[in-house]
Design a binder for this molecule. Structure first.
Ligand code: APR
Ligand code: PHB
Length: 389
């Protein structure tokens, strides 16, 4: 098979990029290791920046998002019994939309067939070849046969554990990483949210987050030691912990119910630079990971693929051979700012095992400053709604 762009990974980044390229008449094929059902089985975060909502609207795939997405004009930071509201609408004139990443992926996936986006699921042993040439190719296995796709560019949208980043020689790139000493235990339940807006809580027992997917489906998290196993956390134990950590007001409004999904995810900050090597462009989690505290993962994938689609369109449609060269620097400029915000909110809202009284005093001082300074709240708000693309 021959195509112009071979996209590896059919998560949000790969599917968004595939649709953007198809809309520009650029030939592409998407290779996905898993089945479509498996991809849809992943429960991820659910706060969309305007950049992501606008991308879905540009693709004409925002009907369900507009119908079911919850528009939020603010969110809250809780510190014991203090609740600090960050008024996104008043401070930035913008909002965020609560809509599950799984639903974004579903909308993108369901449109693939009707729009002629070729997505090959259950593609095994995907391997990248000659990425430093003008004629790279990708091989994979399916139904016992090895296939080859010749292309001009490869878009690595295969997440943190995919093969694309590994195809860049160690000498050609640099990884920047911070691993946090805790994970997030999340629960999804068909119960009404305890609050109409998100609450991020820093309690003496640890972090908690009250979020939602709809008016009838809630998503909660607590931070737990990396040694914890999800089997050690019964639903009741988790509801008890959330009730304490979210404080007497919100905690008292929690509706309990059986977990539809319950899992522990580690927290990491990670960036690989550059995000391009030869004919390989890296997008989304293949190039960077953020702790979920700032809800930036999917939204960074969206800005990456917007930059990548513009670069590839410049090359193929505007016959601009230099269009590709600017991709990495442009994408990284926004990636690093989101990495900083996600890291800073994680440091502010979590208790670290090695922290002493001074570190706690710094958290209290920063929260006092945020509570008392419009400038401080504006800085948080403009990062939370998403910096300009
Ligand atoms: N071959 C083919 N596909 C692969 C391979 C491989 N060897 N390895 C991984 N993949 C696929 C995964 O199965 C997954 O469907 O690549 C896809 C990567 O998707 P995500 O991990 O969701 O990453 P991305 O698309 O960048 O999403 C960015 O959205 O899903 C959230 O948490 C995610 O915040 C992140 C954001
Ligand atoms: C979620 O709803 O899953 C969610 C929301 C905000 C975050 C992280 C996760 O920062």
């Amino acid at each position: 098979m021959k195509t112009q762009v071979c996209i590896i990974g059919a998560g949000p980044a790969g599917l968004m990029l595939g649709h953007l390229l198809r809309a520009e008449g650029i030939e592409c094929v998407v290779l996905e290791r898993q089945s479509g059902d498996y991809v849809l089985g992943r429960i991820r975060a659910g706060v969309l920046e305007t950049v992501t909502v606008d991308l879905m609207a540009r693709l004409g795939l925002d009907a369900r998002l507009k119908a079911e997405g919850l528009v939020h004009g603010g969110f809250n930071l809780a510190d014991g019994e203090r609740l600090i509201r960050i008024d996104l609408a008043e401070l930035t004139g913008k909002h965020v939309t609560v809509y599950g990443q799984t639903e974004v992926t579903r909308d993108l996936m369901e449109a693939s067939a009707e729009r002629g986006l070729d997505v090959i699921y259950e593609a095994g042993d995907v391997a990248l070849h000659d990425v430093d040439s003008d004629a790279p190719y990708v091989t994979y296995t399916r139904d016992g046969a090895t296939q080859r796709i010749d292309c001009r560019f490869i878009a690595g949208c295969d997440g943190f554990h995919g093969p694309s980043r590994q195809a860049v020689p160690a000498s050609a790139g640099q990884a920047f990483e911070k691993v946090y000493p805790f994970g997030w235990l999340g629960i999804l339940a068909d119960v009404p949210p305890c609050n109409h807006e998100l609450i991020y809580a820093n309690h003496e027992r640890g972090f908690a987050l009250a979020s939602m997917r709809s008016e009838t489906r809630s998503r909660y998290y607590v931070d737990v030691p990396l040694t914890d196993k999800v089997e050690e956390w019964s639903d009741d134990r988790l509801w008890d912990e959330l009730t304490i950590r979210l404080g007497p007001d919100a905690g008292s409004r929690i509706t309990r119910g059986p977990a539809l999904e319950k899992s522990i995810a580690p927290l990491r900050s990670f960036v690989f630079a550059p995000m391009r090597y030869g004919s390989l462009l890296l997008c989304g989690d293949a190039a960077h990971i953020v702790p979920p505290t700032g809800a930036k993962g999917l939204n960074l994938a969206a800005s990456d693929v917007l930059y990548a689609a513009d670069a590839l369109t410049g090359f193929f449609r505007r016959n601009d051979p230099d269009a590709i060269s600017g991709y990495s620097d442009k994408a990284l400029a926004r990636v690093w700012k989101s990495e900083r915000f996600s890291w800073s909110l994680t440091m502010l809202m979590h208790r670290f095992p090695q922290d002493g009284p001074f570190e706690r005093a710094m958290q209290v001082a920063e929260l006092d400053y945020i509570a008392s300074s419009r400038a401080a709240r504006t800085a948080i708000a403009e990062n939370y709604v998403g910096l300009p693309v």
